[in-house]
Design a protein around this ligand. Structure first.
Ligand SMILES: Nc1nc2c(ncn2[C@@H]2O[C@H](COP(=O)(O)OP(=O)(O)OP(=O)(O)O)[C@@H](O)[C@H]2O)c(=O)[nH]1
Ligand SMILES: [Mg+2]
Length: 198
């Protein structure tokens, strides 16, 4: 898929304000600081489309973008960060949960995990919730530029074991080197993006 254009649609802070859209939707989910916003910038080829930052908790709302006039991309706030107080850490969880429950056009969720970390309760809970809603999940190991090829594979194996998924199903991404861009855009195509944007 070629990204022809992408535009910001709306930022919302509650489920009541989610826009009704006729497009297939793809969401980016994961802990704070895993690189959700950076990945959207990388996939769309627009460096400054979404605000990113070195401190966790940059994205505080659910942000909707329209790609190629017919695909909706959604940047979600992050969940958890060990260094933040528990109240802040879990504050976005209800919003993320209501997002999953309210989007009938949600075709696929990219669940991002920092390649240097192991998934925990949050990721397992999201996988369960998404399975209950029959929403496919693509697990993405982000920031793969931090490792050599061998290191990547070892980490992907550990992530796959923790989530009980096949290691070959894990995508690698880097917002620095554009690794994974083609594969992830291909997945968006496959899950309804191409038809939508024609
Ligand atoms: N080396 C490297 N750094 C990355 C990559 N992706 C993101 N980062 C850095 O990680 C930090 C967090 O990136 P964001 O894209 O803001 O992360 P986020 O998941 O949207 O974070 P929240 O909005 O706080 O939940 C920033 O300092 C980015 O520059 C990557 O692929 N490689
Ligand atoms: Mg963000």
């Amino acid at each position: 898929m070629k990204v022809k254009d992408v535009r910001f649609l709306k930022s919302v802070f509650s489920a009541a304000s989610f826009p009704e859209l006729p497009y297939p939707e793809f969401a980016f989910m994961g802990r704070s600081n895993v690189g959700k916003s950076s990945l959207i910038n990388m996939l769309t080829g627009k460096k400054d489309l979404v605000k990113t930052g070195s401190r966790p908790g940059v994205t505080k709302s659910v942000n909707f973008f329209i790609m190629n006039g017919g695909i909706s991309l959604v940047d979600l706030p992050g969940f958890g960060y060990a260094k933040l107080p528990a109240s802040v850490r879990s504050g976005f969880l209800p919003l993320i949960q209501s997002y999953i429950h309210n989007r009938d056009n949600l075709r696929l969720v990219f669940l991002l995990i920092d390649i240097r970390r192991l998934p925990g309760d949050f990721e397992l809970e999201m996988i369960t919730l998404l399975a209950e809603r029959n929403v496919p999940v693509a697990v993405v190991a982000t920031k793969c530029d931090k490792f050599t090829r061998g290191g990547r594979l070892a980490s992907a194996r550990a992530i796959a074991d923790a989530l009980s998924v096949d290691v070959d199903s894990i995508f690698f991404s880097s917002a620095k080197t554009n690794d994974g861009r083609k594969e992830m855009l291909g997945l968006i195509d496959e899950y309804g993006g191409r038809k939508a944007a024609e």
